[in-house]
Design a protein around this ligand. Structure first.
Ligand code: A3P
Length: 293
């Protein structure tokens, strides 16, 4: 539906012609004009980069490891996404909800830098940003499953890869989103973390994030936190796994906690496609010093 005809279901917005979710126009002005505070914490990341996993981590670090609270209220309400939660999840005026949130607020967006609130793109406010990245081939594979199960995409993985390389998937170009945020790293308080590092040593990334946020994670807390954030535990946690959304679509929806591995693309992509991604990574990120290998 979304991918066969960019004019149906997709809208193009902004200077970089980002392909966006349906109804994005309804919330775009609100997002641009959102009042940002210096004590906000923003989580930035292209969809399928492990953003929800990171949100759960950040929420617990910032809320005294309140595991009960984390299970009582779904993640999208504790830690809203600017562009989604106004449109998809509870269909209300998201910016009004955000403006009524208790501070300090935790907010997520998948948007490229140019579509973020003016208060931050103009540098008039200086919140903290945690940016999560994931190797593009794995993002592409994860997105393919999402497109197939939730968005009516009927093409092959090969075809999806071509769309992904061209930036013609939901939220537009992975390459531009990552690069546009990376270019801000010296202008804002930004911490970049990688999905692959979270998989390899979650505790180390937790310590890094906590330090960046000025929080302490006592070592005796670490095993429980790591357990709570494990793939197996979050997969069955209804406050995390979008069970409500999946039920709304009678199960015809992407399992948001799907496979959770590094390098899944290696068995799904042809060697020609892996080469095309390699060339693209070199072209887009080579000079910027971004490395995913
Ligand atoms: P896969 O589809 O490759 O499994 P996002 O939240 O940014 O949309 O990212 C979704 C991806 O993060 C999915 O990847 C999902 O399975 C993975 N993920 C979610 N929780 C995870 C966890 N605890 N450990 C590892 N991966 C996780």
């Amino acid at each position: 539906r979304l991918y066969t005809s960019p004019n149906k279901g997709f809208i193009e917005v902004g200077p970089c012609n980002v392909f966006m979710i349906n109804n994005f126009e309804q919330v775009y002005d609100g997002i641009k004009n959102l009042t940002v505070y210096d004590d906000d914490v923003f989580l930035l990341g292209f969809p399928k980069s492990g953003t929800r996993w990171t949100q759960e981590m950040v929420w617990l670090i910032c809320n005294d490891f309140d595991y009960e609270g984390a299970k009582e209220t779904i993640l999208t309400r504790r830690f809203p996404t600017l562009e989604f939660d106004g449109v998809t999840h509870y269909n209300i005026n998201i910016t009004k909800t955000i403006s009524e949130m208790k501070r300090p607020r935790l907010l997520k967006t998948h948007l490229p830098w140019s579509l973020c609130p003016d208060d931050i793109t103009s540098y008039s406010k200086k919140p903290k940003f945690i940016v999560v990245t994931r190797t593009p081939e794995d993002v592409c594979l994860s997105m393919f499953y999402h497109a197939r199960t939730s968005q009516g995409f009927t093409g092959s993985f090969e075809e999806f890869c071509i769309l992904f390389l061209a930036g013609k998937v939901m939220f537009g170009s992975y390459w531009s989103q990552v690069l546009s945020v990376w270019e801000q790293r010296d202008k804002h308080k930004m911490l970049f973390i990688r999905y692959e590092d979270m998989k390899e040593d979650l505790a180390a990334v937790i310590r890094q994030v906590a330090e960046f946020l000025g929080k302490n994670v006592p070592e005796e807390e670490m095993p429980r936190l790591v357990r709570h954030l494990s793939f197996d535990s979050l997969k069955v946690n209804p406050a995390f796994n979008n069970a409500d959304l999946i039920a709304k679509f009678n199960g015809h929806c992407n399992p948001f906690v799907r496979e959770g591995i590094v390098g899944g693309h290696k068995t799904a992509m042809t060697s020609e496609m892996i080469e095309r991604f390699k060339i693209m990574k070199r072209k887009m990120f080579g000079d910027a010093g971004l490395c995913f290998d």
